[in-house]
Design a protein around this ligand. Structure first.
Ligand SMILES: [Zn+2]
Length: 125
């Protein structure tokens, strides 16, 4: 399954990055996913929950920011939102389109969970 491979890669990066930054627990992961990736956010989230179990990202929230597809016509230079994989310039009908966005797939950022205080902490109330 497509999503399994993606999440497996994400977990690897998260584990490495967390170790690098001394993060013991991850509370939230902000992911950028371009629409050209053909990823189903619901499946991706479900898959992430499974993979994260009993890891430092257990229970972490996966926030998926879907990036719209934009293209630029190489003939006339027009920038436009690409509807439904229709790579045709609305201005000149050219079909030589450079993809500007929509192919993203990366961790934008992640947030560490607050460390549990060693003793009772009144500020939490
Ligand atoms: Zn054009």
């Amino acid at each position: 399954m497509h999503e399994t491979a993606i999440v497996s890669g994400l977990m690897k990066i998260l584990t490495e990055q967390a170790a690098l930054h001394g993060v013991a627990r991850i509370a939230r992961v902000n992911l950028k996913v371009g629409r050209l990736r053909g990823v189903d956010p619901r499946q991706l989230r479900a898959c992430f929950e499974l993979f994260a179990e009993e890891t430092l990202a257990d229970g972490a929230e996966l926030v998926i920011d879907e990036v719209a597809v934009r293209g630029r016509c190489r003939a006339c230079g027009h920038d436009f939102a690409v509807p439904r994989y229709r790579f045709e310039c609305p201005e000149c009908k050219g079909q030589d389109i450079a993809v500007l966005s929509g192919q993203e797939l990366y961790i934008d950022s992640f947030e560490a969970a607050a460390a549990e205080p060693a003793g009772p902490d009144e500020r939490r109330h």
